[in-house]
Ligand binder design. Structure first.
Ligand SMILES: NC(=O)c1ccc[n+]([C@@H]2O[C@H](COP(=O)([O-])OP(=O)(O)OC[C@H]3O[C@@H](n4cnc5c(N)ncnc54)[C@H](O)[C@@H]3O)[C@@H](O)[C@H]2O)c1
Length: 359
């Protein structure tokens, strides 16, 4: 495949690692990146090492309204910003890089340059659920022709993207949704594991993440996960101060266990015709005080074969593979699959399971 020029929207924990991992993949050139305060664009290729060094421990996390059609996206807590934990006001994030320019319209600045961008990876917070669909809409309204890909988690967002499918198609956008680890990598694994069966009864996804050394860089993700705990929802998680989050983590000795999470693996497997969404269960364990995974990540697919046997196919990740490796490797892999489809004229909304063998 020809060289792919791509942009990253959001250079928090996930977006930074996307840039880093892309350096280990063939044919990918990062040409643009933005966060809530700034933008860096170089169509000849960004100096990724410099950008990573400048934003190390200095992520522009937290809410930002970047224009009229935008919303405050709270991925890393307004409170974190107020605490000055690792942000430095308007100087946080990309603007600390030699390549970064301050801007009040980071996403629009990238849209303006999008003719020369083949793919856009959205590593934006998703506590405002229609934020990513509305960003997609803005690209479509500007007649962007290319790939957009997100690593969002919540099931309800997929429908919001489907609602915009006609607009995306008209523009020539191939949108790959839910293409991180779960949903994403593990949804694709479930689709593959299902191929032994003619009928799938159940898909169980159980993940383990150890995040000690990556905790500072992944506060946005941890906050989103907290919304899945009993007694919490998106609103309460959004409003929590950093101290309240630390307190909650202390109360759990650093280990949070989640059951029946609203992860889009369910709707993504259903829309690919593999099984009903209600038969997909996602849970997992997050340890923010150890890099060791508290539990092994597994996908178990139970079904019946054409000749009447009932079995369970299991896909297991090695405990040494980090969350960042398992989100960004697949996201960039799906980005490449998206570009192949886009160049073949396949536009619209695709889930990770749609890019696997059919069922
Ligand atoms: N599918 C998976 O397996 C998986 C795993 C981990 C994280 N995620 C998702 O990845 C996303 C990013 O998580 P994170 O931990 O990197 O978050 P983060 O809070 O660390 O980073 C978010 C970034 O978005 C930027 N941003 C916020 N509002 C913006 C705006 N209006 N315009 C431009 N930039 C803006 C911030 O400045 C920051 O750079 C989340 O939605 C999370 O749920 C998915």
């Amino acid at each position: 495949m020809d060289d792919i020029r791509f942009a990253v929207l959001g250079t928090g924990g996930i977006g930074r690692r996307t840039l880093e991992v892309s350096q280990h993949k063939d044919g990918l050139t990062a040409v643009a990146a933005c966060d809530r305060n700034g933008v860096a664009i170089d169509h000849g290729g960004l100096d990724v090492d410099e950008l990573l060094a400048a934003t190390e421990g200095n992520i522009a996390s937290g809410p930002q309204d970047d224009g009229p059609g935008d919303v405050a996206t709270d991925g890393g807590a307004a409170a974190a910003k107020a605490d000055g934990v690792k942000q430095h006001g308007d100087q946080s994030g990309i603007v600390a890089s030699e390549q970064g320019e301050p801007t009040e319209t980071p996403i629009d600045d990238i849209i303006t340059e999008s003719d020369a961008i083949d793919a856009v990876l959205l590593a934006l917070p998703n506590l405002e659920h229609d934020f990513i669909p509305r960003v997609a809409e803005r690209f479509a309204e500007a007649d962007y022709e290319g790939v957009m890909i997100d690593v969002l988690k919540r099931s309800r967002v997929i429908g919001m993207l489907d609602d915009r499918e006609d607009l995306l198609k008209e523009s020539g956008i191939t949108f790959v949704c839910g293409a991180g680890a779960t949903p994403g990598f593990l949804t694709g694994a479930a689709a593959l594991a299902a191929q032994s069966f003619v009928e799938v009864e159940e898909v169980e996804i159980w993940w383990g993440v150890g995040l000690k050394s990556g905790y500072e860089d992944n506060r946005g993700t941890v906050r989103e996960d907290i919304a899945h705990l009993d007694g919490y929802d998106i609103e309460t998680a959004r409003e929590m101060s950093e101290e309240e989050i630390e307190e909650l983590i202390d109360d759990h000795d650093g280990v949070l266990e989640f059951h029946d999470m609203e992860h889009a693996d369910d709707v993504l497997l259903e829309r690919a015709g593999i099984c009903d969404a209600e038969n997909v269960h996602v849970g997992g364990v997050l340890d923010v005080r150890s890099d060791e995974k508290p539990t092994t990540t597994t996908v178990s697919v139970t079904g019946t074969t054409f000749d009447g046997e009932t079995g369970t196919n299991t896909f297991e990740l090695d405990d040494v593979t980090s969350m960042e490796a398992n989100v960004n490797g697949p996201a960039l892999g799906y980005l490449k699959a998206g570009v192949r489809n886009n160049r073949a004229g396949h536009y619209g909304v695709f889930g990770p399971a749609d890019l696997m063998p059919g069922f």
